[in-house]
Write a protein that binds this ligand. Structure first.
Ligand code: GDP
Length: 295
């Protein structure tokens, strides 16, 4: 569809201005545009339905139809509701009050987890001014360890690795190393698989038990659309995540995944990651995402 949702809604704004009021039918038609637009952004249809009902109720309930710029007000309600669903401003990382902070990253293979860890390392060092170390404990994909080591070298960030062995042992040893060497933060890379399976979940639970992480960050590929929300929910139900890193935001995705994830699993989205450049990790801004979804 060529026009963005904002453009399409503007048509109603103009119509209402011309007439001096907005009818209930206008609101229905506006909601149809919103519904189509969210479905195009690959938001789950149940969420879309709930969302539009909610907006409609507010639009009619506020008796704005005869007020000043009624069309404009409906657009504002859509925008505010998008922001509300996606959560408030990004909350930042949760560090330990004293001593070593431990972050664990989880996610499906290919979701951009390894890349995101490198970006986080740089972000934590540059923005939060902390001494950070990475731990290579994705022992199922041998290339994952090499990939993390290469990323670490490129950034000048130490990667603790012991090759392929029990991830629990690597994590224990890595923790000791980090404490002995006065690091502020460790970020642990964990097993990724193409799909969720029980062995992986068990290993993640064990690692979590050992690490007692301050953050469990789930990487989710934004290009997966609404399926991203189901993956996030499975991980969250079994492991418990404290935040989502939405990856591959540079794709042509409209970002419907962000809305679905928040609505289905309630995990706050903390970061948006785009591209392969290491400095492309950004705190998540619901405002920007709302505008992106609105197109
Ligand atoms: P992992 O298997 O979850 O560790 O994923 P990787 O970090 O290895 O990334 C999988 C693929 O996605 C690689 O080809 C990355 O270069 C690519 N990738 C990772 N993050 C991004 C991103 O933000 N944008 C794009 N376009 N590609 C990405």
């Amino acid at each position: 569809m060529s026009n963005s949702l904002s453009d399409r809604l503007q048509m109603f704004v103009r119509r209402a201005t011309g007439r001096g009021r907005l009818t209930e039918k206008d609101v229905e038609e506006m909601m149809r545009e919103v519904r189509l637009s969210l479905l195009e952004a690959d938001v789950n249809f149940k969420i879309v339905k709930e969302f539009t009902n909610n907006v409609k109720e507010q639009a009619l309930g506020e008796k704005i139809l005869n007020g000043l710029n009624p069309g404009q007000q409906v657009v504002k309600i859509v925008h505010d509701e998008l922001k509300r669903v996606m959560g408030e401003e990004s909350v930042g990382l949760n560090y330990a009050n004293t001593g070593l902070s431990t972050f664990m990253t989880i996610g499906l293979q290919g979701s951009g987890k390894t890349t995101a860890i490198g970006k986080m390392g740089l972000y934590i060092r540059k923005k939060d001014k902390k001494k950070v170390m990475l731990v290579a404990a994705d022992v199922y994909r041998p290339a994952a360890i090499d990939q993390l080591v290469t990323i670490g070298k490129g950034l000048g960030i130490h990667v603790y690795e012991e090759g392929i062995k029990d991830a629990r042992v690597i994590v224990k040893n890595g923790l000791k190393y980090a404490k002995d060497n006065n690091y502020d933060v460790v970020i642990v890379d964990t097993a990724g698989r193409l799909t969720i399976d029980e062995d992986m979940m068990q290993e993640l639970k064990d690692v979590k038990e050992i690490l007692k992480p301050n953050e469990v960050l789930l990487t989710v590929d934004a290009m997966m659309g609404q399926e991203a929300a189901n993956v996030a929910k499975s991980f969250h139900d079994q492991i418990g995540a404290t935040g989502v890193i939405l990856t591959k935001m540079d794709g042509d995705t409209r970002g419907g995944a962000a809305l679905s994830i928040r609505e289905i699993s309630q995990i706050p989205i903390k970061f948006a990651s785009s591209g392969e450049k290491m400095d492309s990790l950004e705190a998540f801004h619901p405002e920007r995402m709302a505008s992106r979804i609105l197109g």
